[in-house]
Structures are given as structure tokens and as C-alpha cells.
Design a protein around this ligand. Structure first.
Ligand code: TXA
Ligand code: MG
Length: 407
């Protein structure tokens, strides 16, 4: 057999050389040829993940909010890998995750605790700021609250995008905690999705997002909260500013500290005293298909609103409908009647919670958006509006607004 024919040695060499070259030529220069495994969170697998982290690798871990792509927070190589794996711009800072204290060893001073981890700079914090951090951490950690605080010089600039502040949280998912304890170092972890896409709330979602790019996904089951943590800036003087609504209600934060929380989001270029949050782009959490928020719930749509929806649907073949509550079949039927002229239109419906349970709605938001986004017949997603100014409803409204801002 000639050596260059199939089966010949040069043939195989050529094929593998082509494969190697191909594996590096991806859309954004990211290697997508890695074989990715989803592993149950056994002690052995957590050890394996910790070893990978110690070697400067990144791994996906479950948290109670969404899955995170973790790397050692003090390791520049790991941080760079987080950004390149996600194709995330480096102006978008990361959240640093911390292990909870061992059972029986209570933290009496959280500010000193964070300083001992070389995360924050205590020098600039006023007594009011210290007291508020103390209250917030003792009340909400471990849990879905991220505090943005003046950073210690030890935290790499890559983790904070060069900002003078660092975002810290203590997740309450037992697998995240086990991994943090096994590695013994804080872990930087953004949501484990490609930049700007829907955050993953299951190990399978992470596989869809980052399969071929990372070696290991620890499977902690579906996320309990399903939306990211609340991000709160505590300024040196103690003023509190909400940077992202999330799993911890703002009213609970205000009640814990006995002070108001500002909810204004200053622009990144702002010179005001309030801190900017460069990652909070209008178009975050975007499905790859366009999403529009309906002017009213399906059963409340007025004739002029139906006309508006019809103009949105002019060039569309299939519609994904995201209900806040209620039965999918009744809503689909009602919409069919309203859009009688468009009998050609495929309609696929998901409901966040049939009974109107906000916890369930939050937990199912990203998974439902993902199903509609991935459905081959859907070309446009329409979401019912949510009147949310508090708690998880506020966070759901925020994520839908960002998803709709994408185009
Ligand atoms: O629930 C969560 O917070 C999840 C899980 C994995 O812990 N993580 C997460 O990370 O949502 P990420 O990277 O998707 O969102 C972090 C956001 C950034 O986009 C940015 O807006 C804000 O937190 N942030 C981080 N550091 C900041 C800082 N120093 N100042 C202001 N905002 C900051
Ligand atoms: Mg994210």
C-alpha cells in the first residue's frame, strides 16, 4: 500500500496534522478541541478539580445561583484562561468566591477576615462601612450576595479589570464549598457561559456553552436560585449602591443594615463618587435569537398592542412565547386567535411558573429562554412583561430587559 494512501503512515500523519491545525483555528482563536467531561461531585472528582485548579486550569462548578467557570483568583494565568475561554472582554471584572469558615469557627470580624485573605483594603473603610459589611456578611453569607469593596493590592488587576475595588461572595452550594476548601484559595468565577449568552443553570448547559473548551464540569444538579447573585457596592463611607439585582432582595439588605440602598447605575465613564460596574452592559444575558418584551400579558393584550406585535412578526416564521405564569396551551390558543391572520406561524410556549411562584420562575428563567433559543422553529422570542421592583421579580425583569436590549 502506498504510504500516502488511506491506511498508510503519511496519510495518518497528514490527517492528524490537519486536525491539530484545525483545532486551533476557531472563530476567536479559542481551542475547542478539548474533550469535556461532566463529573458527579464525589470526593475523588472534587480532588481532581482542585488539582486542575492548582495547575492553573479552569473548571466549571455549580453554585446556588448559576454555574461558574472557576480559576484561582491570585493566578494570572488562570484568570487569563477564564477570559479567553468565555471570550469575555477584560474590562468586565470577575467575582471572587470564598470558602465559608469551618464549622465551629465563627467569624467575629468579617472585614478582618477578608483582609486576612488578602482580598480587601481595610485602611479606607469608615466605621460605618465596616459595620455594614459585618452585618451583611453575617446575615447573607454563604448565599447569593456579592459585595464590592476597596481591593487589596494583592488581588490581580485582571480579576478586577483594573478597578480599585474587588467583588467578593461566599457561595452556599455544598459542591462549590467543597471545591473551595479542597483548593484552599479564593476562586474567581464568572458565570460559565460564553460572553453575553444565557447563564447556565445545569451541567448540561455548561457543556453546551463551553464543551470542547474546558476539561471538567462538576455536576451539582440544577441551580437552586437560577439567577446570579445581587451585586452591592459598599463604599468607603458606607454608602450602599445596587449594581445588579439578583438572588438577595434589596429590601432584605436595607432591613439588615437599617439604611437605604441606592439603585442608580452610574455609567462606566461616570466621574461621580458612586462606583461604575463595567460588566453591566445593557445587552447581557442575550439569547442568540431576538427577544422582545410584550406590551402586556397575553390575556391582557389590547387590539392596538396586537397590531404592534404583528409588525414585529412580519418577517418571522416561528414564535417562542415565554409566559410569566399560567398554562401554556391556553395562552398559545389565545395568541393564535389574536394572530388569526398568521396561521402559518409556529408557536412554542414555555411558562416560568404555572402557579405564579416567583422562586420557581427565577429558577426556570434561563433554562426556559435556552429551550426557546435552541428550538429550530423559533425565530423570535416574545416574553410577557414582569412588574418587578423587588426581590427575584426585580432580577427577572432586569434579565429580560437586558436580553431584549441585545438587538
Ligand atoms: O451568582 C453569581 O454572581 C455568579 C456565580 C458563578 O457566582 N457569577 C456571576 O459572575 O454572575 P459574572 O462575571 O457573570 O458577573 C459578575 C459581575 C460583573 O459583570 C460586574 O458587573 C460585577 O459583577 N463586578 C465584578 N467586580 C466588580 C467591581 N469591582 N466593581 C463593580 N462591579 C463588579
Ligand atoms: Mg455572567
Amino acid at each position: 500500500m502506498p504510504l500516502g494512501e488511506p491506511g498508510g503512515i503519511f496519510y495518518f500523519q497528514r490527517v492528524s496534522i490537519i486536525k491539530v491545525i484545525l483545532s486551533f483555528i476557531t472563530a476567536n482563536g479559542v481551542d475547542t478541541s478539548v474533550s469535556t467531561v461532566i463529573l458527579p461531585p464525589t470526593a475523588e472528582n472534587i480532588d481532581r478539580a482542585a488539582q486542575a485548579l492548582a495547575a492553573g486550569e479552569v473548571v466549571a462548578m455549580p453554585t446556588e445561583t448559576v454555574y461558574g467557570l472557576a480559576g484561582v483568583a491570585f493566578d494570572d494565568q488562570a484568570l487569563a484562561k477564564i477570559f479567553s475561554t468565555k471570550e469575555r472582554p477584560t474590562f468586565d471584572p470577575l467575582i471572587v468566591h470564598l470558602a465559608s469558615p469551618e464549622q465551629g469557627s465563627e467569624v467575629t470580624d468579617w472585614v478582618e477576615h477578608l483582609a486576612a485573605w488578602q482580598l480587601i483594603d481595610t485602611g479606607v473603610l469608615s466605621p460605618t462601612a465596616r459595620e455594614r459589611v459585618q452585618r451583611l456578611a453575617s446575615e447573607f453569607w454563604p448565599g447569593p450576595l456579592t459585595l464590592v469593596l476597596p481591593k487589596s493590592p494583592a488581588v490581580p488587576d485582571l480579576a478586577t479589570s483594573g478597578l480599585p475595588t474587588v467583588a467578593v461572595r461566599m457561595p452556599r452550594h455544598p459542591v462549590a464549598q467543597a471545591l473551595l476548601k479542597a483548593i484552599g484559595q479564593p476562586l474567581a468565577a464568572p458565570s460559565a457561559n460564553r460572553f453575553g449568552r444565557i447563564s447556565p443553570t445545569s451541567a448540561e448547559h455548561v457543556l453546551t456553552e463551553l464543551g470542547g473548551r474546558i476539561e471538567l464540569i462538576l455536576d451539582g444538579g440544577p441551580c437552586e436560585i437560577g439567577l446570579e447573585s445581587t451585586v452591592l457596592a459598599v463604599q468607603a463611607g458606607g454608602e450602599l449602591t445596587l449594581l445588579r439585582p439578583g438572588g438577595t432582595p434589596v429590601s432584605a439588605i436595607a432591613a439588615a443594615v437599617g439604611a437605604a440602598v441606592q439603585t442608580r447605575q452610574p455609567s462606566p465613564n461616570s466621574t461621580e463618587a458612586a462606583p461604575a460596574s463595567p460588566g453591566l452592559l445593557a445587552s447581557h444575558y442575550a439569547p442568540s435569537k431576538p427577544l422582545k418584551i410584550l406590551p402586556a400579558a397575553v390575556f391582557d393584550l389590547q387590539p392596538h398592542e396586537v397590531e404592534q406585535v404583528e409588525t414585529w412578526l412580519a418577517d418571522q416564521r416561528g414564535l417562542g412565547l415565554l409566559l410569566q405564569t399560567g398554562e401554556t396551551s391556553a395562552a398559545a390558543q389565545h395568541l393564535r386567535t389574536l394572530l388569526a391572520a398568521r396561521s402559518d406561524l409556529a408557536i412554542e410556549v414555555r411558562t416560568l411558573s404555572r402557579t405564579g411562584d416567583t422562586l420557581e420562575a427565577a429558577r426556570r428563567l434561563f433554562a426556559s429562554l435556552r429551550v426557546l433559543d435552541e428550538s429550530p422553529q423559533v425565530t423570535l422570542v416574545l416574553a410577557e412583561p414582569v412588574a418587578g421592583t423587588e426581590g427575584l421579580a426585580h432580577a427577572i425583569a432586569d434579565r429580560l430587559r437586558r436580553a431584549s436590549a441585545a438587538r
